[in-house]
Design a protein around this ligand. Structure first.
Ligand SMILES: Nc1ncnc2c1ncn2[C@@H]1O[C@H](COP(=O)(O)OP(=O)(O)OP(=O)(O)O)[C@@H](O)[C@H]1O
Ligand SMILES: [Mg+2]
Length: 490
């Protein structure tokens, strides 16, 4: 504890040093009071919880204390301090302030009030307890009253509420201004990032009809590794061996899947198989990938500014990347015309490129790629587009979030070429599953189809080790010869 903090925490006057402005003028206090704390950040549970009957009074009190604190603190004096330093510095003083001002009926809840005030002052208010909970993978705010969370793959309504729309907007502003962006009537949609790397999207009225909406995608502290995905049943060790060989052997891989199915997580894991001696360039709309290699250049697109100028698109970055001598190009997600540039790069010596796209089956992924290439506006004949896809992409990894919330790779499929106008493909691994009870846990397993991929020779030539594709099948046949299951996700 430094000198200033010590003296502050010991002083009942509290405001005389750090941020000591004396009593705030009435007008200022009123204006700041409009930034109150939330109703029941964690739904009113946990230590120091306030009984439901006192909740309203608690919230009013918190609003009052918060306004008072804002009026008295002089943030200029602590400018430049890192957030944790600021928190360390403020906490003793705020504790003292709460002890002095909290009515005795809330005596048990002193620490809670200090925490909630700190979250309001320095953090993201009522979202903070959710952000601290590592088991929450997504936070979805639909207006001030409805905050949904995804926990263990399931969506539930949390007890968290914002006091009013203004409060929610202030929290959104705090998030986006930290990354140098803005959200207002002229730019009512924005992507941002929290400092822990979480991806954030905010959209406000008039586009969001029922109040501002905020979506926060969280990632585990440590990126999921192959062992984790095996443990979760998302893939098998053999599938990992194959994927590792594909990436190591410079096959072009597309990860396909629906929203939140785990595409970025898989892309990140796959990129971990790239050697340390290769130059990797990543292109993303909002940087989410966490590569471990040293020789990485990370690029991020830029939205247009208020005058509608200055946009840098995926296509622009991809074109630039080709002049940066990349060994590997990783495109976070293909959404549009950049698919054409990506396929061209894959076809012209930038083997071993990786990307993701939104589609529900490997076959859909191919059609989707076709549609995206058409969006580039080059007026290519359909057959030529398909031929490009067939020769550029080797492997499609299909991810899905199943009904029980689990995330699995449901197919690893190889694109083998063209037959007439059709892109031909074959499944190498599939997930077969079923649920015994409606909405219940999905039982099932991954199965190798027994087909040896055409790309095997290329991979072996690159020094890769392949799994035994038919061993799985033979063992399965010997064990359960007559069991018939439906294929999942077809
Ligand atoms: N195999 C898995 N098992 C458990 N959780 C997973 C798995 N894969 C991903 N997740 C978690 O699911 C969430 C969504 O993952 P991810 O961001 O990779 O999905 P996505 O398909 O890229 O989503 P989007 O379409 O929004 O970009 C993350 O919180 C991630 O940590
Ligand atoms: Mg993603």
């Amino acid at each position: 504890m430094n000198e200033t903090t010590k003296s502050l925490s010991e002083e009942s006057g509290f405001m005389s040093r750090l941020g000591a402005k004396g009593k705030a003028p009435e007008a200022k206090a009123k204006q700041e009071k409009a930034a109150p704390a939330a109703a029941g950040a964690d739904g009113g549970q946990g230590p120091g919880a306030v009984p439901a009957s006192l909740r309203q009074r608690w919230e009013d009190l918190k609003e009052e204390l918060h306004g008072e604190l804002l009026g008295r603190l002089n943030f200029d004096e602590v400018e430049g301090l890192a957030e944790h330093e600021l928190a360390d510095r403020l906490r003793p003083s705020i504790h003292q302030f709460v002890v002095e001002n909290l009515p005795s009926e809330f005596g048990e809840s002193t620490t809670r009030m200090v925490d909630e005030l700190m979250d309001e002052l320095l953090g993201l208010g009522p979202m903070e307890p959710l952000l601290r909970n590592e088991s929450i993978s997504e936070i979805m705010v639909n207006g001030k009253d409805n905050v949904y969370i995804e926990q263990k793959g399931k969506l539930v309504l949390s007890g968290v509420k914002f006091r009013d729309e203004g409060h929610l907007r202030r929290i959104i502003d705090r998030i986006v201004t930290r990354v140098g962006r803005r959200v207002d009537e002229s730019t009512p949609m924005v992507d941002a990032r929290l400092h822990d790397g979480s991806r954030v999207n905010a959209i406000i009225p008039p586009l969001a009809l029922d109040g501002s909406s905020l979506t926060v995608r969280r990632f585990p502290k440590h990126a999921l590794k192959p062992e984790d995905l095996i443990k979760f049943g998302s893939v098998t060790p053999d599938m990992i061996t194959f994927l590792k060989a594909c990436v190591g052997g410079a096959a072009n891989v597309v990860v396909s899947g629906g929203t939140g199915s785990g595409k970025t997580t898989l892309l990140n894991m796959l990129s971990g198989f790239i050697g340390n001696d290769e130059r990797i360039i990543t292109i993303e709309d909002s940087a989410e990938l966490r590569l471990q290699q040293e020789h990485v250049v990370r690029l991020e697109t830029r939205p247009p500014n208020v005058e509608g100028k200055g946009e840098v698109s995926m296509r622009d970055l991809l074109k630039n990347t080709l002049r940066m001598r990349p060994d590997r190009i990783i495109v976070g997600e293909c959404r549009s015309g950049e698919a054409l540039d990506m396929l061209q790069a894959m076809n012209t010596g930038h083997d071993g490129s990786l990307t993701t796209l939104h589609a529900n089956t490997p076959r859909d992924a191919v059609s989707r790629l076709g549609v995206m290439v058409a969006m580039a506006g080059m007026d290519l004949p359909e057959k030529a587009i398909r031929a490009q896809i067939a020769s550029a992409v080797h492997i499609i990894v299909q991810a899905a979030r199943l009904m029980d919330g689990s995330r699995r790779v449901t197919h690893i499929t190889e694109i083998t070429g063209m037959e007439g106008e059709t892109v031909t493909m074959q499944d190498i691994y599939v997930f077969e599953g079923h649920s015994d009870t409606p909405g219940g846990k999905i039982q099932g397993k991954h199965r190798a189809t027994g087909i040896r991929p055409k790309v095997s020779d290329k991979l072996i030539a690159h020094g890769q080790t392949l799994p035994n594709f038919d061993a799985d099948l033979a063992a399965e046949k010997a064990k359960e010869p007559q069991q018939k299951k439906s294929s999942w996700g077809d």
